[in-house]
Design a protein around this ligand. Structure first.
Ligand code: GDP
Ligand code: MG
Length: 424
C-alpha cells in the first residue's frame, strides 16, 4: 500500500501533523523531494518538535524513515537535527532511518551561493530560505553534485569534489567577487558530517521494494505544496523540486510503482511564506488578526507568513495537479474568532471573472472576488466528531469541499495529535 500526503496550497498546510497522525497505520515513511528548507511542526502530548529533513514518522517508534533519491541533504544540518531529537529521547539509528545513496549533498558552497544571490537581487529577491536548495538542485541538473553514496567511496569523493569546486569557484570568485571555497575545508566538512551517517546510507528503493513485498504500508511525505512546484507552481517563486504526488515514487526510489492513494492537506485559510503573487492576501489589522490566530510564523525561518482567506481557484488547482483522492482540512479552529468568514471564490484578471488559476503575468494581475460565509463564533478545538461541530462550521467545510471538488475526510481542530475528526 502506497499513500502520498501532499500539500494543496503554498506549503505549511500541516502536512507534518497529518503524516504523524496517519503514520500510526504505516510501517515506513519516506520523504521524496526538497531539503532542510522544510519546516514540519508536530506536537506530541503538548511537546513541540520541528523537523526539517527527517520524515515525520521519526516520532513514532517502530516506523522506518527514509530520505529518498529526490532529496537534497545538508549533512551538517541533518546531524544537528538528529542530535537535537536524540537529546530529547527520540531513538534514531540504522533500524529506523535510512538515507538514499542517490540523494544529492547540499554543500556549504551552495548555502553561500544562495546568500550571495539573494544579496545581489536585493529588493528583487525571491525570498529564498538561504539554505542552498536552489543552487544544489541547479548543480544536480548540471550533473556536478555529490551524492550520499559518494561518502562511501572516499577516493572518488575527493576527485569529484575537486572538479566540482574548480567549477563552483569560477562563479564565486569571478561572478560574485567572493572568496573561493576551500577544498581542504569542504573535504573536512564532508568527513566530519558524513562519516557518522555512513551506516544509514543505502538503496532506499530496494528497501521499499522489499517492504512492499512483505505487505508493509508506505507513506510518502511531501514538503511544500502544489503551488510551489517547480513546474506547476507560481514560477519563479516556487521551490526547486517537484512537490507533486506523481513524483513520489520517483523521488523515493521506486519509479516503477504507482500510488494507491493521495491525501491532500489543505488549510482552512491561506498562508504564503516569502515573495510572489498571492492574490487573496490580506493586509493591515485583518491580516494581523489571522496571523496571530493561526500562529503564522515560518517553522524553518521564523518569518511572519503572509495570510489571506481560503482561495478557491488556487485550491481547486492544487487538488487537480496533486490528483488528490481525499483531503485533510487543517486549522479550522483558527477561524473561530471570525463572525463572518471571507473566502476568495474566484478572481478577475484584466476585469474578466475566472475560476481558473492563472500563471505568469495573469497571476500577478489576478484580483480576488470575495464572498463571505457565517462564522460559528465558539471554540471547536474540543470537537472529536463531525456532529459535534457547529452547523456553520460544517457548512463551511461542505462549501470548500464542493468548490474544490474533492471529499474532505479529515478535519483538524488543533495542533495536538488527537485534535481531529474523521468523516465516515
Ligand atoms: P507543514 O509544513 O505542512 O508540515 O506545516 P507547518 O508545520 O509548517 O505549519 C502548520 C502549523 O499549524 C504547525 O505549527 C502545526 O502545529 C499547526 N497545526 C496543524 N494543524 C493544526 C490545526 O488543526 N489547528 C491549529 N490551531 N494548528 C494546527
Ligand atoms: Mg512548514
Amino acid at each position: 500500500m502506497l499513500t502520498a500526503i501532499v500539500g494543496i496550497n503554498w506549503g505549511d498546510e500541516g502536512k507534518g501533523r497529518m503524516v504523524d497522525l496517519l503514520s500510526q497505520g504505516y510501517q515506513v515513511v519516506s520523504r521524496y523531494q526538497g531539503g532542510n528548507n522544510a519546516g514540519h511542526t508536530i506536537y506530541v502530548n503538548g511537546e513541540k518538535f520541528v523537523l526539517n529533513l527527517l520524515p515525520s514518522g521519526i516520532l513514532r517508534p517502530g516506523v522506518v524513515n527514509l530520505l529518498g533519491p529526490g532529496m537534497v541533504v545538508d549533512i551538517a544540518h541533518l546531524r544537528g537535527e538528529m542530535e537535537r531529537l536524540m537529546a530529547r529521547g527520540v531513538r534514531i539509528g540504522p533500524e529506523n532511518l535510512k538515507i538514499s545513496h542517490l540523494a544529492a549533498i547540499c554543500l556549504p558552497a551552495n548555502v553561500r551561493q544562495d546568500c550571495l544571490e539573494e544579496e545581489r537581487l536585493a529588493d528583487a529577491k525571491f525570498g529564498s530560505t538561504r539554505r542552498g536548495i536552489a543552487p544544489i538542485y541547479g548543480d544536480k541538473y548540471m550533473k556536478k553534485a555529490l551524492r550520499m553514496g559518494d561518502l562511501l567511496e572516499p577516493e572518488r569523493l575527493e576527485r569529484q569534489l575537486r572538479q566540482l569546486l574548480d567549477w563552483k569557484n569560477l562563479l564565486l570568485e569571478k561572478g560574485y567577487n567572493a572568496p573561493a571555497e576551500d577544498y581542504g575545508e569542504t573535504l573536512r566538512w564532508l568527513r566530519e558530517n558524513g562519516d557518522p551517517l555512513r551506516e544509514l546510507i543505502c538503496d532506499t528503493g530496494l528497501y521499499l521494494e522489499e517492504a512492499l513485498a512483505a505487505g508493509k504500508k508506505v507513506l510518502f511525505e511531501a514538503q511544500l505544496g502544489a503551488l510551489r512546484d517547480i513546474d506547476y507552481g507560481i514560477y519563479p517563486y516556487t521551490s526547486s523540486s517537484t512537490t507533486l504526488a506523481a513524483y513520489a515514487p520517483i523521488g523515493a526510489g521506486i519509479p516503477g510503482r504507482r500510488l494507491d492513494k493521495t491525501v491532500g492537506v489543505m488549510k482552512a485559510y491561506s498562508s504564503c511564506v516569502g515573495e510572489g503573487p498571492f492574490p487573496c492576501e490580506l493586509f493591515g489589522a485583518a491580516a494581523g488578526a489571522l496571523r496571530e490566530a493561526g500562529g503564522e510564523y515560518g517553522a524553518a525561518t521564523g518569518r511572519p507568513r503572509r495570510v489571506g482567506p481560503f482561495d478557491v481557484p488556487a485550491s481547486r488547482y492544487g487538488v487537480r495537479v496533486q490528483g488528490a483522492d481525499e483531503l485533510a482540512l487543517t486549522k479550522l479552529d483558527t477561524l473561530s474568532y471570525l463572525s463572518e468568514i471571507p473566502v476568495c471564490a474566484r478572481y478577475t484578471v484584466d476585469g474578466v471573472p475566472t475560476g481558473e488559476f492563472p500563471s505568469g503575468g495573469r497571476l500577478e494581475r489576478a484580483r480576488p472576488v470575495l464572498e463571505s460565509l457565517p462564522g460559528w463564533g465558539c471554540d471547536i478545538s474540543g470537537c472529536r466528531r463531525w456532529e459535534e461541530l457547529p452547523q456553520e462550521a460544517r457548512a463551511y467545510v461542505e462549501y470548500l469541499e464542493e468548490q474544490v471538488g474533492c471529499a474532505i475526510r479529515y478535519v483538524s481542530v488543533g495542533a495536538d495529535r488527537d485534535q481531529y475528526l474523521v468523516r465516515e
